[in-house]
Design a protein. Structure first.
Lengths: 335, 322
């Protein structure tokens, strides 16, 4: 009951805001509809925005955007953008899947793109990442940086996508040190776990107490709690999705990047150049769609040896010599 | 489970129980004065939001704490006006405050920071510091007692120590002072108090002010001590759990502390037991472990609490007969 009430109240307010926002959008411009985390979430959505922004700066073409505050707005917002002629319409996040299935079918002449989900419709481009491959590389770094021989991973909850990160990470770590102990603890049991930084901090603390000295967070907003707890204990954390190395310089070993910005930029660019395709695009290590982040905030933490090991594994994954198991194919992890 | 594990779980218990203790004692003052406060949840959330916003803008944890308490005091004042002056239904007023806090925090947070309702990550200077007690580092190697002192007694947030301090203070105020006697009387038989020439309205407002301050500190703890920023719905039902704890404790301060610690302990246990093989049972599925606090809560509340009698006048607005 609480939710329904707030939802309708916010939907009303946002409806008015959307009308104002869309007045500035010209016809046939591309559009981005952000996911629940908000445009400046320092993660997934912000990365989408950065890609769209880069496209806009290079081409001078504007783009429409909309931030949802509740799930109820998804369909309404997407339909309105489609009705006003926005094309293509890009949405980041698997939460958009049902919405896009409904709306894309209603507007067969508009092109849509979804990141992180596969929608099998003739006018939808699906962009998915091989998170397990990037996590494998991050796992190598974690195992090499660990002094205690125990590392950890904190997924928000028991969910195939999140387990794919964890599973890739474990495989990478075991490839360096087969005896390494890897702790795997969930924060909660549903999507609300993404909003529980206090829980994230507690879980990280429990892993630190059990000897882990490198912890990989796969928990969205709650992950900030994980990185915070790890930094407070002066151990190493690993960020996810976007580059989070700057959050606690010296205490974030690296971040498992998903180049959502590149995917967004490419989608808009392809449409502009007339190269748009409605297919499933899979971005892995070979396509430089996923991988660890190296910048000035973590250069002191990454040794030449680590760099070399990552480069070697990257080459082997690209050539197919190493095949990282994807948790999502059979819902199990070999290690 | 070894000694070290036990200490670590208890350590985590203290951190998790702190916001519950504040909220539970806050509820104790208002309910003892005859005002049912189901709005604890909303006040926790509102205070957490206010504290995080001000701490993020000013960079000062103390300014944040004051802001959090301020927000919660304002909400208490609204609740008081609706239920004391206007003699409205206290449950409805409380529930409305919960809606207000949840919606307004997300809405304002989104329009100010554009992060889906969350506030920016706070730097360490904008968070309430933890305290290392004297000699804690020196004695940590002393077997058992030294470690106990270093890990469990020392090293918590200042607010955690305040929470534990408020319990004896509350017990003293409630049962040993004139104000406490009147407070209990106004929750049991306001008419008697009125006849004696004491203002029921004033007393109830005073109680609600204390409630506002305490729950405000609890909310600030969530966003600027335990975490480093506000996230949507971060109170996550703690206000309701505090109410359950209050009933469980039969509206008495010391049992309230014990109950809050118990709930904190169950939560801490849940995080620690995941992926750990239990002797004789083996590894228990994550979901079963995560359900543990709720299952035990139901068992304890249903089976062991006995009859809990609320303050007699709780929930009824006082009407002076003409």
């Amino acid at each position: 009951m609480t939710k329904t009430f707030t939802r309708s109240a916010i939907a009303l307010a946002a409806g008015a805001g959307m009308a104002a926002l869309m007045a500035g959008t010209a016809l046939a411009d591309p559009a981005v509809l952000y996911d629940g985390g908000g445009k400046f979430d320092a993660s997934f959505n912000e990365s989408t925005f950065n890609g769209a922004q880069r496209f806009s700066e290079e081409t001078g073409i504007g783009f429409g955007e909309f931030e949802i505050t509740t799930d109820a707005q998804r369909e309404q917002a997407m339909r309105q953008f489609a009705q006003r002629g926005a094309n293509p319409i890009l949405v980041p996040g698997f939460n958009w899947e049902t919405t896009i299935r409904t709306v894309a079918a209603e507007f067969p002449d508009t092109n849509f793109a979804i990141i992180d989900a596969v929608v099998d419709l003739p006018n939808v481009r699906s962009i998915v990442f091989k998170e397990h491959e990037g996590s494998y590389l991050v796992g190598i770094l974690a195992a090499m940086a660990s002094e205690t021989g125990t590392i950890g991973v904190v997924p928000a909850f028991d969910f195939a996508l999140l387990n794919a990160f964890a599973c890739g990470y474990k495989q990478g770590a075991k490839s360096v040190n087969p005896d390494i102990e890897i702790l795997d603890t969930y924060i909660g049991s549903g999507f609300d776990a993404f909003n529980n930084p206090g829980g994230g901090a507690e879980v990280a603390q429990s892993q630190l107490d059990r000897g882990a000295d490198v912890i990989f967070q796969v928990a969205g907003g709650a992950g900030q709690g994980v990185l915070q707890a790890v930094a407070d204990a002066d151990k190493l954390g690993i960020g996810v999705d976007s580059n989070q190395n700057h959050l606690h310089p010296g205490n974030v070993l690296t971040s498992m990047l998903k180049r959502v910005d590149v995917a967004t930029y490419n989608a808009f660019k392809d449409f502009e150049d007339g190269n748009w395709t409605n297919e499933i695009i899979t971005l892995g290590v070979a396509e430089e769609g996923v991988g660890p982040a190296f910048d000035e905030h973590n250069e002191a933490l990454i040794t030449d040896e680590m760099r070399a090991a990552v480069d070697e594994a990257t080459a082997k994954i690209t050539s197919g010599e190493i095949v990282v198991h994807d948790f999502r194919t059979d819902n199990s992890c070999p290690v | 489970m070894t000694y070290v594990d036990l200490i670590l779980v208890l350590d985590s218990t203290v951190r998790l129980a702190t916001p519950l203790i504040f909220a539970c004692l806050a509820g104790l003052y208002s309910e003892r004065a005859g005002i049912v406060d189901i709005g604890l949840e909303g006040k926790l959330l509102g205070a957490a939001f206010g504290a995080a916003v001000v701490a993020a803008i000013t960079g000062s944890a103390w300014a944040g704490l004051f802001a959090g308490v301020g927000v919660s005091l304002c909400m208490s004042a609204i609740h008081g006006f609706a239920s004391i002056n206007l003699r409205g239904n206290q449950i409805i007023s409380g529930v409305a405050l919960n809606f207000l806090a949840a919606g307004l925090a997300t809405f304002l947070g989104q329009s100010w920071f554009g992060r889906g309702g969350n506030t920016p990550q706070l730097p360490s200077g904008a968070r309430i510091p933890t305290i290392t007690l004297p000699f804690a580092n020196e004695v940590q190697d002393v077997p058992y007692i030294g470690y106990f002192y270093y890990e469990l007694i020392s090293g918590h947030s200042i607010l955690s120590y305040i929470a534990f301090l408020i319990v004896p203070i509350t017990a003293f105020v409630l049962f040993r002072t004139r104000f406490g006697l009147r407070l209990r009387a106004v929750g049991e038989n306001p008419k008697a108090l009125d006849t004696a020439g004491i203002s029921v309205t004033l007393l109830r407002y005073q109680a609600l002010a204390i409630t506002g301050i305490l729950v405000g500190i609890g909310g600030a703890y969530l966003s600027i001590a335990q975490s480093a920023g506000f996230t949507n719905n971060m109170s996550a039902g703690r206000g309701y759990i505090a109410l359950a704890a209050l009933i469980f404790a039969k509206w008495r301060p010391w049992p309230a502390l014990a109950t809050c610690l118990l709930f904190g302990f169950l939560d801490a246990l849940q995080f620690r037991l995941q992926g750990v093989a239990l002797p004789g049972i083996g590894q228990v599925p994550t979901q079963a472990i995560q359900a543990l606090p709720y299952v035990l809560t139901i068992i304890l509340l249903a089976g062991f609490i006995g009859r809990a009698v609320a303050p007699k006048a709780a929930g009824t607005p006082y009407v002076k007969e003409r």
